[in-house]
Design a protein around this ligand. Structure first.
Ligand SMILES: [Zn+2]
Length: 274
């Protein structure tokens, strides 16, 4: 929306390059913080056992293996991981590949948001939405939970984004939040009736509500379809590597939905649907 932009309408190429570079750099740093959220959040919120040793802001980053504080030179996104060949400098414990991956994805979310919306409040909103989805996807992968501490504020922020028409109008956000929640609750209830156990979690319903709140009800069918395809592809890839996937195993739908939610908002903008 032009009247809320940072005065950067009519971008010159130089300005575009500047904003894309700045966004990418900020995104890498946010990705670094998301790693802290992904590790400490579930422990802090009591979803998994383990001592979070502090909160999301303090103390500064430490090695989960040897508990040594990591100096700032060890916290440069991606570069530190490469320079240290993926190992802790103090105890040589392997650093999970998730760290540089989440940092890179944090940067990619920012780049895609600025590329789709141009530098301004809409891009900032889209990036914030993408970063929250990034944390949710990896928390779900590692713990099987989609914490209310992230999904509920994300629903509220999405509806608020509609009040400022950052991505889609308020009415579409409101309908999107309600429709997203109800769609999965109804499918979940039907599944429960027919199969006698839970298929879709409550967390998935709140996640779809958040996606509907940010992108509007219009993107929901595409999000569910894309999310299902990503999830099936992941199950196929896991089976190809010798992993076991059966119909009786609960399927983690969260990560696929998170990716689909962000793709559909960015893609919807690129193809002028949003
Ligand atoms: Zn260590």
């Amino acid at each position: 929306m032009p009247q809320m932009s940072l005065g950067m309408t009519g971008l010159t190429t130089t300005a575009s390059v500047f904003w894309l570079t700045a966004a990418g750099a900020v995104g890498l740093l946010i990705g670094s913080f998301l790693n802290v959220v992904i590790y400490r959040g579930p422990r802090l919120w009591g979803l998994v056992d383990g001592d979070p040793r502090g909160n999301l802001a303090a103390p500064s980053s430490y090695c989960p293996a040897c508990r040594q504080r990591i100096p700032w030179t060890g916290l440069v996104p991606i570069l530190s991981y490469i320079a240290q060949r993926g190992r802790c400098r103090a105890c040589s414990a392997k650093i999970a590949l998730r760290y540089p991956v989440v940092e890179a994805l944090g940067g990619a979310v920012a780049l895609a948001s600025v590329a789709a919306f141009g530098a301004g409040w809409s891009a900032l909103g889209a990036a914030a939405f993408g970063w929250a989805l990034l944390a949710l996807a990896f928390i779900d992968l590692e713990t099987g939970y989609l914490p209310d501490a992230i999904t509920l504020p994300l629903i509220g922020a999405g509806v608020l984004s509609g009040a400022f028409h950052l991505i889609v109008p308020f009415k579409d956000c409101l309908i999107g939040a309600v429709a997203g929640y109800l769609a999965f609750r109804l499918v979940g209830a039907a599944y429960h009736t027919f199969r006698g156990r839970d298929g879709l979690g409550q967390g998935d319903a709140k996640l779809l509500a958040a996606i509907g709140a940010w992108g509007g009800w219009m993107i929901l069918p595409a999000v569910v379809l894309t999310g299902a395809l990503i999830t099936l592809a992941a199950i196929g890839a896991s089976a190809a590597r010798g992993g076991k996937a059966t119909m009786d195993q609960p399927i983690a739908f969260g990560p696929g939905l998170c990716a689909a939610g962000f793709f559909c908002v960015i893609g919807g903008r690129f193809f002028n649907v949003l």
